[in-house]
Design a protein around this ligand. Structure first.
Ligand SMILES: [Zn+2]
Length: 420
């Protein structure tokens, strides 16, 4: 892992960035992204650190439930999409074009067809199932771009696909993925509910959306306020029009607001096997249609939602393990004995990813503000207290402080989580 000196890197932070959505403004002020046009964003080194850590967190949950990672091409010939019948139904939202050989292609907005193609002819027997495959890659949708990272034309998605010999097996894996999503979103300190949803262009029998309540979202949401109840309905839910002010699950109160879809799980049944003729041999040699599930999490949207729910006036706040740097070293002035100790701590903390504020052009106030703007969970401050007593001030992003001996800083920082 690489530690970073403030004087040797570009942080892309900005005082000027404004946007009518506070979260979008913050992604620019904190220097996480640069816009490349409507619905297109590039990630800076700082933003990419956060994006990577979110991907790693999602990846770990999928591996923990037996997911096997795959990688499918983003560029697809029209053939598999014509077989599934979605070349037409995705029209408008799918980027399609013709290459110089006159072949029709698309940038895949989803990969149900791709997974069917991957396993077709290789997975032959009901005994080869169930299987859970996933990938983390780029998706393209010609959506109407809105609110920064919330709705993009190119975005990163963790998409998982499960394959089954029968409906019971699909139900079982669906519950396992659903539980993994709940664990993941809880670990990311997100408030969220689970809403029944329409399957629309995905097809199949049932689906659920994981929806995070926010001030400005993409969905109208009514959700239960009772602790431990995750009931919600959105304007995309089948029961939207009929639900009143009382939670049908627990009798608690429903509140109205907006939400962001952070995850979606679909029971697809045999919709793709029927269209694309995907079968396995059953125990008596008869042909069984393969049942499928599909499960998605949008990475950039997850990043936006974390900021929308958790940031404060000073800037970003991140769940444990997601911040771009684990700690910052903030010297009152980068010179003399302070500089020596700052450099030593920088070397010792480097493995945990550290930002050293060594730029002579910054005041200590600016260093504090920038560290907080980036959402770095711990500041190691070498200030007046250090000059007087040799103790280092360890300040958490929530404002709690304590003094420790410089020799103990590495152990204390690696042993504490933010907020402890
Ligand atoms: Zn409830």
């Amino acid at each position: 892992m690489i530690a970073v000196r403030r004087s040797e890197t570009t942080l892309f932070t900005s005082r000027e960035a404004t946007h009518d959505n506070d979260t979008v403004a913050l992604t620019h002020r904190a220097g996480l992204v640069r816009q490349f046009g409507s619905g297109l964003y590039g990630f800076t080194p700082t933003g990419e650190r956060v994006r990577r850590r979110l991907i790693d967190a999602v990846d770990a949950e999928l591996r923990a439930i037996g997911g096997q990672r795959i990688s499918l091409p983003q560029l697809n010939y029209s053939g598999i999409w014509e077989r599934s019948g979605r070349w037409e139904s995705f029209e408008g939202e799918m980027f399609t074009f013709e290459n110089r050989d006159g072949k029709r292609l698309c940038l895949a907005p989803s990969h149900e067809e791709g997974v069917v193609h991957l396993v077709d002819g290789a997975v032959r027997s009901y005994e080869d199932l169930p299987a859970l495959y996933y990938q983390v890659g780029r998706k393209h949708r010609d959506d109407h771009a809105r609110n920064g990272l919330l709705r993009l034309k190119e975005f990163t998605m963790k998409d998982a696909y499960s394959l089954h010999a029968d409906a019971d097996s699909l139900d079982e894996t669906y519950e396992r993925v659903r539980a993994a999503y709940v664990r993941l979103f809880e670990a990311l300190d997100l408030a969220f509910v689970v809403a029944a949803a329409e399957n629309s262009v995905m097809g199949g029998s049932a689906s659920e959306e994981f929806v995070a309540p926010v001030e400005t979202g993409t969905l109208d949401l009514r959700h239960c306020t009772a602790e431990d109840c995750r009931f919600g309905v959105t304007d995309e839910s089948p029961g939207w029009a009929s639900v009143g002010g009382i939670c049908p699950d627990c009798g608690g109160n429903l509140v109205a607001g907006e939400g962001i879809e952070i995850g979606h799980a679909f029971k697809l049944g045999t919709r793709y096997a029927d269209a694309m003729d995907l079968t396995v041999d059953g125990p008596d040699g008869d042909e069984w249609r393969v049942h499928m599930g599909s499960y998605g999490i949008g990475i950039e949207r997850l990043l936006h939602t974390i900021l929308a729910q958790q940031s404060d006036d000073a800037g970003c706040r991140w769940p444990d393990g997601i911040a771009p740097f684990g700690a910052s070293i903030v010297p009152l002035a980068y010179e003399g004995a302070i500089r020596e100790t700052a450099d030593r701590l920088y070397r010792e903390l480097g493995a945990g990813e550290t930002l050293l504020f060594d730029d002579p052009g910054q005041t200590i106030g600016e260093r504090f503000a920038e560290s907080d703007l980036l959402g770095i969970p711990r500041k190691v401050v070498l200030g007046n207290q250090f000059r007087e007593t040799g103790a280092v001030e360890l300040e958490c992003r929530d404002g709690t402080t304590r003094y420790v001996d410089p020799d103990e800083v590495a152990a204390v920082v690696s042993g504490t989580r933010s907020g402890d």
